[in-house]
Write a protein that binds this ligand. Structure first.
Ligand SMILES: *Cc1c(COP(=O)(O)O)cnc(C)c1O
Length: 461
């Protein structure tokens, strides 16, 4: 055991030189994104007020690979390649014959995978002469990542931070401010969307959907000087994250194994896409049969209990309509929910893979999630963020099933961020204050009645 390797590192020369675009390989193309007013497919001109042309091009591109600009790759060198770790101590603690590997993105300066796309987005905006970015952030990881990226690239950033996080995670705010960003609690008085929601419900804890409405409004009303950046969900964001899975493919090869299952948590879908899409590519084009498993919270079960329908991306109903598994745009997770992953919808790419049977999903309650996180940190020494702890819970289920059946399964999971800013959630767990919470069926049904009435262009006629 003493010579057993637990960590697979790559040299910096192995940092991928291109992003992988799954749109080249999907058996069925993605459903079109529709204009919220006319319901006609949106074109580049509709998106131009919010995004630079390079990213709009990536959003619809069918090219299999897109080159990573040299300046972006230079910045990636600050933390990439990230390690692949064999969780031998966890395997031992579980007494499983399964081999468990994890790709760890918590070594990035922002502490999560989000910096991979933040740097790329800031780069393309700057290259097209944009003078500032706006964005929303929930738990603060995205706002932190984009603050770091904007600092490197040289762009001012305005962040709308979900009010409950603004209050509960003041240190995330201070990090963003240290990198030079300005941060508003959302809903705020700085936008019409924020004012309207505060007038209805002055004590609201906010939601990602509301914060998106505010950030989009500021960009849309800037006359082109400011654009908006989104940390997940969009095709180009998922594509930027594929550096993770491309590295993991190389590292698994060094380990001399190939995963039977790849597991990641799913909020908007970007960290899952990042690790999984290069393996889906192998499934679709190279005869591999790796299972892809999304782990989502029982409190926000978009894939497992949502409906695959056209819905708005934000709470107010300003964004284009996207076909996705949705819980309804007004979804606000219960305050007892400690596990992050609060978005009502899901990335289109992930929804199509799920709908086409190329991927599986399970929902996990928060008590099991924190039990799994605690078991993992005691074995491996890393405090995982609550979000990937859903994936860890799924890994433990798989590893115990392998123990039961005596199967030597190879499991790869994505530890997409550390949990150093999530200790209030751990504190609540340790104090026995976290309860399991199933999102009520009545709320899902009520939300479905409010879905925009859209003729689905992909429906069989
Ligand atoms: C943002 C974030 C998530 C959720 O977003 P995805 O797009 O689903 O990846 C999950 N984990 C961490 C650590 C995050 O920062």
């Amino acid at each position: 055991m003493t010579d057993a390797i637990t960590r697979y590192d790559l040299p910096q020369t192995a940092i991928p030189r291109r992003w992988y675009n799954i749109q080249a390989d999907l058996p069925r193309p993605l459903p079109p994104v529709l204009h919220p007013g006319t319901h006609a497919p949106v074109g580049p001109d509709d998106l131009a007020p919010l995004f630079p042309m390079a990213l709009i091009g990536q959003e619809v591109s069918r090219e299999r690979y897109i080159d990573i600009p040299e300046e972006v790759r230079e910045i990636y060198k600050l933390w990439r390649p990230t390690p692949l770790i064999r969780a031998r101590r966890l395997e031992k603690a579980l007494g499983t014959p399964a081999h468990i590997y994890y790709k760890y993105e918590g070594v990035s300066p922002s502490g999560s995978h989000k910096l991979n796309t933040a740097v790329a987005q800031a780069f393309y905006n700057k290259a097209e002469g944009v003078q500032g970015l706006t964005t929303e952030t929930g738990a603060g990881q995205w706002g932190t990542a984009l603050s770091i990226a904007c600092n490197f690239i040289g762009l001012p950033l305005e962040v709308f931070m979900v009010r409950v996080s603004f209050q509960q995670k003041p240190y995330r705010r201070v990090i963003m401010q240290s990198f030079g960003s300005s941060v508003h609690p959302s809903p705020s008085e700085a936008t019409d969307a924020g004012k309207a929601i505060l007038a209805q419900d002055p004590d609201t804890t906010g939601s990602l959907g509301i914060a998106i409405s505010e950030a989009v409004e500021v960009a849309a009303k800037s006359g082109g000087s400011k654009k908006y950046a989104l940390g997940s969900v969009l095709n180009h964001v998922l594509m930027h994250q594929t550096v993770i899975g491309q590295e993991a493919l190389q590292q698994m090869e060094i380990a001399g194994e190939y995963p039977d299952v790849v597991i990641a948590c799913a909020g908007g879908g970007s960290n899952l896409a990042g690790i999984a899409l290069p393996f889906v590519h192998q499934n679709l084009t190279n005869g591999k049969k790796t299972r892809i498993l999304a782990a989502e919270p029982a409190a926000c079960p978009s894939l497992t209990r949502g409906v695959y329908a056209y819905d708005f991306g934000d709470a107010i109903g300003m964004t284009p309509l996207v076909k996705m598994y949705t819980l309804g745009r007004r979804f606000i997770p219960p305050p007892v929910h400690a596990g992050g992953l609060r978005y009502h919808g899901m990335a289109s790419v992930i929804c199509e893979l799920y709908d086409q049977g190329l991927m599986e999903a399970i929902a996990i309650g928060q008590v099991e999630t924190f039990q799994a996180a605690t078991q993992f940190l005691r074995a491996e020494g890393i405090v995982p963020a609550p979000e990937p702890s859903h994936a860890i819970a799924a890994v433990i289920r798989e590893a115990l099933a392998a123990k039961e059946s005596g199967e030597k399964k190879v499991i790869l999971f994505h530890l997409c961020g550390h949990g150093h800013f999530d200790m209030t959630a751990y504190e609540a767990y340790l104090a026995g204050k976290l309860n399991d919470y199933e999102y009520p069926q009545e709320l899902i049904e009520a939300a479905m009645a409010e879905l925009p009435k859209v003729e689905d262009p992909t429906a069989a006629s």
